[in-house]
Design a binder for this molecule. Structure first.
Ligand code: CA
Length: 227
């Protein structure tokens, strides 16, 4: 796994790089936005750690340009922490953000979580289910019902896609967490129930009150692939 670290402050880049190498990743550094885009084009990267305030081309613009050609996970490092800045960062296509000053351990956990989610997304087959009524679109992280996009969070998308990926299989809560949210997920098994409840609220209709998600009592959930 190879990570591109885009950071003009050498001391921060070195710390991030050292932790990443210790965790077994290959590391390539870029000191400004222009170099970041050049290096990104020259090589294959599994993830990008991207500082926001960069010389030449700023992080937001770098993020936007990478997004035009790639779905690589991007974690933004930002000193900005107000809510609107964070929303803006995510709007430019970043998958996640960590605000400075940050703990390298937290950043590494985010890197693992984002790589895991990428793997899950890559394993999600785009397709139509429930007799063609429900569509899963991993590229756009979108669930559509009868052609209409259902507003879901990233976690809800990943959980629903996990269930749909093997329609006849019943998943335990723990399996859903491991597959959809990753090992670093620190919540309780029962949190899945809240996600499922929200998904049902968004997908349900008369005749499909369970939102195509069947509860298997004492075990977990499965996708209810009925028309
Ligand atoms: Ca900077």
């Amino acid at each position: 796994m190879k990570i591109l670290i885009v950071e003009d402050e050498v001391s921060i880049a070195e710390v991030v790089g050292a932790y990443a190498k210790r965790d077994g990743y290959e590391v390539v550094y870029a000191n400004d936005g222009e170099e970041a885009l050049e290096k990104f084009d020259e090589d294959h990267f599994d993830l990008v750690v991207l500082d926001l305030m960069l010389p030449k081309i700023n992080g937001e613009e770098v993020c936007r340009r990478i997004r035009e050609k790639s779905s690589v996970p991007i974690i933004m490092l930002t000193a900005k922490s107000s809510e609107s800045d964070v929303v803006y960062g995510l709007d430019t296509g970043a998958n996640d953000y960590v605000t400075k000053p940050f703990s390298p351990r937290v950043l590494m956990a985010r890197i693992r979580a984002n790589l895991r989610q990428k793997e899950t997304r890559d394993n999600i087959a785009a397709g139509v289910f429930a007799g063609g009524r429900i569509e899963i679109d991993p590229e756009r992280v979108e669930i559509r019902k009868d052609g209409v996009s259902i507003p879901v969070t990233k976690s809800e998308f990943l959980i629903f896609s996990t269930l749909v990926s093997k329609p006849v299989r019943t998943w335990s809560r723990e399996e859903i967490i491991r597959s959809a949210l990753g090992d670093d997920y620190d919540g309780f098994d029962r949190t899945i129930d809240t996600y499922v409840k929200n998904l049902r609220k968004k997908l349900a209709e008369p005749g499909h009150e369970n939102g195509w998600i069947k509860t298997i009592y004492g075990f977990g959930y499965r996708f209810d692939d009925e028309k």
